[in-house]
Design a protein around this ligand. Structure first.
Ligand SMILES: *[C@@H]1O[C@H](CO)[C@@H](O)[C@H](O)[C@H]1NC(C)=O
Ligand SMILES: *[C@@H]1O[C@H](CO)[C@@H](O)[C@H](O)[C@H]1NC(C)=O
Ligand SMILES: *[C@@H]1O[C@H](CO)[C@@H](O)[C@H](O)[C@H]1NC(C)=O
Ligand SMILES: *[C@@H]1O[C@H](CO)[C@@H](O)[C@H](O)[C@H]1NC(C)=O
Ligand SMILES: *[C@@H]1O[C@H](CO)[C@@H](O)[C@H](O)[C@H]1NC(C)=O
Ligand SMILES: *[C@@H]1O[C@H](CO)[C@@H](O)[C@H](O)[C@H]1NC(C)=O
Length: 377
C-alpha cells in the first residue's frame, strides 16, 4: 500500500496527543550524584591511545541520566492513536513490546548529575562532567592504562542502590583498520522509506538483519584483523537499548559502539519519525569527524545505503580526509534514488576505485573483496 501522509494531519494529531509526553519540571540548581531514583545509561564507548600521554587510554564516555520512566502508558497510547490516525497501524495487540521499545522516550533528562565509572582492566575510575540540560554528558576521560581488549565498565552507585549498570569499552590500536557502518537498511531491515513498515519494524517486529551482512561483517573482523567497528545511525538515542541488543546478538563478531542522535522530545510526531532525516548529512559527517579525531591514523571502510544521505556523506568524507577512508560501500535499496546522476554527484571527484554500489545479490561476494590489500570492489 502506498499512502500519502499529510503534514497537516500529522501536525494536528501531534498537538492533540502532546499531552501524553512527560513534562519537564524544575531542575535542581546544584550538582548531585546519581541516586536511587535516577536512571543511568552509559553507552558502550570507544577507547583510544592518549596522544598527550603515551601508554594511557582515553575513553570517549557518554552517559544519559534521567528520571526513571514516568507515565509510559499515556505516551504509548498517544503514539498508538497517532500511528492509527496517520498510517493506519494498530499497535494494540503488541502493546507490551511497543512499551519496551519506547521506554526511554518516557524519561526526562536530568541536568547537573555526576556519573563515575570503573572499568575492569583500566587503572583508574573516571568521572564525567555534570550532565547538561537534556541529561547528556560526553567527555574523553582518562582511565590510566587499559587492557587492549573489550572490557566491562560499571557505574558507581550508592551503597543503598543494588542495581548493576554495565557498559562495554572497545579499545583499538591507533593504526590498522576500522569500519563505520550505518544501521537502518544497511545491516538491519528498517524500511526507512515506508512509514508503516518503518513503524512496525521499530516498535513491533523482531529486528531482521539484511541477509548476508552478519557473515560479511564476521569475515571483515578476520580479514581486517579485528578492526574497530562503529555503528552510526540517525535514529534517536532512545532506541539504543533495542539497537544495541540487536547488534550485540546478530553482529556479535563485529560488535562496537553505536552513535545515535540526541533527540529532545518535543512532539509525538518527532518520535514516530524513528529515523530522523533532518540534518542527517551534517550529523553523520560530524560523527565521522569524531571518529577521525580519535583514530586519525587508521583507515576506514564505510558502509551505508541509498535510502538517505550515506553516499553524499561518505563521498564528502573521502574528499575531506583522503585515504583515512579506504573505501565506501553503498547498498542500493529498492525504491530509493539509485540514479547514476545521484551517485555521480555524491562521489564527484572521488576515484571509482574508492567506492562500490552493490545490490542484495552481491552481498555474499563482498566478503571476497581484499579491502586490507587496497581493493574496494
Ligand atoms: C485495534 O485492534 C484491537 C484488537 O485487535 C481492537 O480491539 C481495536 O478496536 C482496534 N483499534 C482500532 C482503532 O481499529
Ligand atoms: C548530545 O548532547 C550533548 C550534551 O548537550 C552534547 O555534548 C553532544 O555533543 C550531543 N551529541 C550530538 C551527537 O549532537
Ligand atoms: C567507585 O567504586 C570503586 C569500587 O567500588 C571505589 O574504589 C571508588 O572509590 C568509587 N569512586 C567514587 C568516586 O565513588
Ligand atoms: C550481549 O551478548 C552477550 C552474549 O551473547 C550476552 O551475554 C549479553 O547479555 C548481551 N548484552 C546485551 C546488552 O544484549
Ligand atoms: C576527545 O578526543 C578527540 C581526539 O583527541 C577529540 O577529537 C575530541 O574533540 C575529544 N572530545 C571531547 C568531547 O572532548
Ligand atoms: C536523484 O538524485 C539526483 C541528484 O541529487 C537528483 O537530481 C534527482 O532529481 C533525484 N531523483 C529523484 C527521483 O529523486
Amino acid at each position: 500500500m502506498r499512502f500519502s501522509l499529510s503534514f497537516v494531519t500529522l501536525g494536528l494529531a501531534a498537538v492533540e496527543f502532546a499531552l501524553a509526553l512527560p513534562k519537564g519540571y524544575q531542575q535542581p540548581g546544584r550538582r548531585s550524584s546519581v541516586n536511587i531514583l535516577d536512571d543511568v545509561l552509559v553507552f558502550d564507548a570507544p577507547a583510544f591511545d592518549d596522544p598527550a600521554n603515551p601508554g594511557n587510554s582515553l575513553v570517549q564516555l557518554q552517559a544519559y541520566v534521567s528520571t526513571r520512566e514516568v507515565s509510559i502508558a499515556p505516551l504509548v497510547s498517544g503514539i498508538g492513536s497517532l500511528l492509527d490516525k496517520t498510517i493506519g497501524l494498530n499497535i494494540s495487540e503488541d502493546i507490551g513490546r511497543a512499551t519496551d521499545r519506547l521506554a526511554l522516550f518516557a524519561t526526562l533528562g536530568l541536568s547537573g548529575k555526576d556519573v563515575t565509572v570503573n572499568v575492569d582492566g583500566c587503572g583508574n575510575p573516571a568521572s564525567l562532567p555534570a550532565t547538561a540540560t537534556g541529561g547528556m554528558a560526553i567527555q574523553n576521560v582518562t582511565m590510566g592504562a587499559c587492557a587492549s581488549t573489550e572490557a566491562v565498565g560499571t557505574v558507581n552507585l550508592t551503597s543503598l542502590d543494588s542495581r548493576t549498570l554495565n557498559f562495554k569499552i572497545f579499545p583499538s590500536s591507533p593504526d590498522g583498520f576500522g569500519v563505520i557502518s550505518d544501521i537502518d537498511d544497511t545491516v538491519k531491515i528498517s524500511h526507512s522509506l515506508d512509514k508503516l513498515l518503518l513503524a512496525k519494524a521499530t516498535l513491533i517486529d523482531d529486528p531482521v538483519p539484511v541477509t548476508g551482512m552478519p557473515e560479511v561483517y564476521k569475515s571483515l573482523a578476520t580479514s581486517l584483523n579485528s578492526p574497530a567497528f562503529f555503528y552510526v545511525s540517525a535514529s534517536p538515542f532512545q532506541l539504543y537499548p533495542f539497537l544495541r541488543a540487536f547488534i550485540n546478538t546478530t553482529y556479535a563478531d563485529s560488535n562496537g559502539p553505536i552513535f545515535l542522535k540526541n533527540l529532545t522530545t518535543t512532539s509525538l510526531s518527532d518520535i514516530t519519525d524513528f529515523v530522523q532525516s533532518d540534518g542527517i548529512f551534517e550529523y553523520k559527517s560530524a560523527m565521522i569527524d569524531r571518529i577521525q579525531g580519535m583514530y586519525p591514523a587508521k583507515k576506514f571502510l564505510t558502509v551505508g545505503d541509498s535510502t538517505q544521505k550515506d553516499p553524499e556523506t561518505y563521498g564528502e568524507a573521502i574528499r575531506k580526509y583522503g585515504d583515512f577512508i579506504a573505501c565506501a560501500w553503498i547498498r542500493k535499496v529498492d525504491g530509493a534514488n539509485n540514479t547514476d546522476e545521484r551517485f555521480a554527484e555524491a562521489f564527484a571527484g572521488v576515484s571509482p576505485s574508492k567506492f562500490k554500489l552493490y545490490t542484495d545479490d552481491e552481498i555474499p561476494s563482498l566478503a571476497d573483496i581484499d579491502v586490507a590489500g587496497g581493493s574496494c570492489s
